[in-house]
Design a protein around this ligand. Structure first.
Ligand code: 13P
Length: 257
């Protein structure tokens, strides 16, 4: 049985003060209420350390939003995997559509980052998803397959212990348009089938597949109740405790059912 995983991607939002406040609110609530759900928050890089301090000994883990694949050295502006681990990160988001679209990240670059992070045992949240034109043209599966093949090239099953895939249809990110539970399940099932073919049925069964794209308190339960939806990667709603905490609670309720 896969444990639910709810992660907040804060993107380029918050201030030092609001980041600490948000982390405090989440840590306090999660510690009391959600033993069955794994929770992570991914603040902007400058706030990783204060957020880690605010999370304290709570079970909320810390994630980063990006990493470079090379070992520390002359790469101005970049952050190495070992630096993220040094400040307490358990996870890094890689392949997010904003990085693909706004920063021209290719499957090849994302693959290098995934290989570097998994080799050092930093957990990876690997994002994939199609744009609206691809979906409308019936290319959703082809796009996901290309992103999976490219991003996971040369990645041995032994490196997938802390590896999560996030299906984030680009047309649902920040738009308020959510994939229907059926659309999410269809994509997740396709991803799991691809994993089974590429690795094995057992490996595919063990990998959690999160849904991301306008997940909110009022649609979380329906999405999370799908067989192959193992959690959520939450953007906008992760910035407000009164929106984010009910998403965790919805997962906890389903886990206990
Ligand atoms: P929204 O929840 O704001 O749509 O963002 C989703 C996302 O991109 C998470 O990584």
């Amino acid at each position: 049985m896969r444990r639910y995983f709810v992660a907040g991607n804060w993107k380029m939002n918050t201030t030092l003060e609001s980041a600490k406040g948000l982390a405090n609110a989440i840590a306090a609530d999660v510690t009391q209420k959600s033993p069955m759900v794994d929770v992570a928050v991914c603040p902007p890089a400058p706030y990783l350390v204060p957020v880690r301090e605010a999370l304290g000994s709570s079970k909320v883990s810390l994630g980063a939003q990006n990493a470079y694949f090379a070992s520390p050295g002359a790469y101005t502006g970049e952050v190495a995997v070992e630096m993220l681990q040094d400040v307490g990160c358990k996870w890094v988001i890689l392949g997010h559509s904003e990085r693909r679209q706004l920063f021209s990240e290719t499957d090849d670059l994302i693959n290098k980052k995934i290989v570097a992070a998994t080799a050092k045992e930093l957990g990876v949240i690997f994002c994939i998803g199609e744009v609206l034109a691809d979906r409308q043209a019936g290319r959703m599966e082809a796009v996901l397959q290309t992103q999976l093949e490219g991003g996971m090239k040369d990645l041995d099953a032994g490196l997938l212990g802390q590896f999560v895939i996030a299906y984030e249809p680009v047309w649902a990110i920040g738009t308020g348009v959510t994939a229907t539970p059926e659309q999410a399940e269809e994509a997740h099932l396709f991803i799991r089938s691809w994993l089974a073919k590429r690795y094995s049925a057992a490996t595919a069964e063990g990998i959690r597949i999160l849904y991301g794209g306008s997940v909110k308190a009022d649609n979380a339960a329906e999405l999370l109740s799908q067989k192959n939806v193992d959690g959520a990667l939450v953007g906008g709603a992760s910035l407000k405790p009164d929106q984010f905490l009910p998403i965790i609670a919805a997962a906890a309720k389903l886990a206990e059912a």
